[in-house]
Ligand binder design. Sequence first.
Ligand code: UGA
Length: 435
Amino acid sequence: MTVCTMNIAVVGSGYVGTTLAACFADLGHEVTAIDIDEGVVDRLNRGEASIHEPGLDELIEEHAGDRLRATTDYDAIRDCEVTFLALPTPSREDGSIDASIIEGGARSVGEALSGGGNDHLVVVKSTVIPGTTEGTLIPAIEAGSGEAVGERIRVGMNPEFLREGSAVTDFLEPEKLVLGADDDWSHDRLGSVFEPLIERADPAVVEATVREAETIKYANNAFLATKISLINELGNICKEFGVDAYRIADAIGLDDRIGERFLRSGVGWGGSCFPKDVDALRAAAREAGYEPELLDAAVAVNDRQPERLLALLEDHVDLTGARIAVLGLAFKPGTDDVRNSRAIPVIEGLEERGATVVAYDPVAPAPMREHFPGIEYAESAAEALSGADGALVVTDWDEFAALDEEFEGMASPVVIDGRRVVEPREGLTYEGLTW
Ligand code: UGA
């Protein structure tokens, strides 16, 4: 079957937009990436990515200047059939989302499409609270274009499920595609965009309404975050019973209804998505008149895990004046992202207790220096452990599993593992958070 190629614009060249643009080009589409940052645009046109994702550099190098072009000019949208909006939706203080950036983008898209022309589908890719496309983004497109959405210009919603560190593979080998639209024409056009991917990877395709598609994204992340909090709560209970939570997780994961993935208990979830999305959903639910008690509890369990890690350390070490190594600063391995990393409350807790912190991470120190300019940063795990009165493992980097004689340099060899990555051994006082 011949697959038709399309002209696609992707507004926003952050982690989602850049991955999307490069992968669409790889599927054979003609792609224009639009961003207000000239540096990002120039780099893309030179064949370079502004973000790090395995496999992304190669795709951009291959397609830049050919099927992938970048510009700061929204007018490029006029020559396209579909525009994806992949702009940030940051959190406000109260956890609710601030849609003003994507609203501005929608208005600019509308302006670029004003004055007539070809049919156009505007697809919301960013994570937005159910009802935002209808209540905020459609009016913004209409304000820009000067015409009602629903005739020549239509909208769709296509949530993304990419994970940092495996965004390219997640895009090219998805388990599911959610195509949200409120009419057949829009569903068909959205389907055409993904046709090459559907042919190649055979994902489950979910045809949804726009509002359902918006909701699926939040439900997905809220479910996964709560699943981790549930295994963390069970893990805490296991620890009280003297039972290894990982053996329990392995057993319950064999039940298809539970599933074996996302059952690693430990110091909790972080990153740019789970905390923000769970908070936004809680705020929106409350605003709508519903008390999201289970999601509140999922957050409370997540907030408590770093405290439990510190309490376990305090069982062995008096923290006042102690030198404590923190192994791992990134919110998960394979990234330098420290947003909402569990290392943040762990380091804060150590500082509050009067400990001296020496931190090590294979890639993340630079961003963490902004949070904690006053702590020591070691060049290696061995250096962090040298002379330490205790160590906390916060990120499950593979290299921590290989640590061995490095522990011999500790002043008192106490390791509290928040990710089950260090191998217990003779001479080491080792405690797992949930085992
Ligand atoms: C998450 C979702 O997994 C993606 O599907 C979604 O697209 C993305 O958010 C998003 O909304 O953009 P990501 O934040 O990259 O992806 O990271 P995950 O790999 O899901 O890990 C999140 C956190 O959960 C990490 O802190 C990790 O250490 C923790 N985690 C994960 C556990 O503590 N235990 C587990 O078993 C799994």
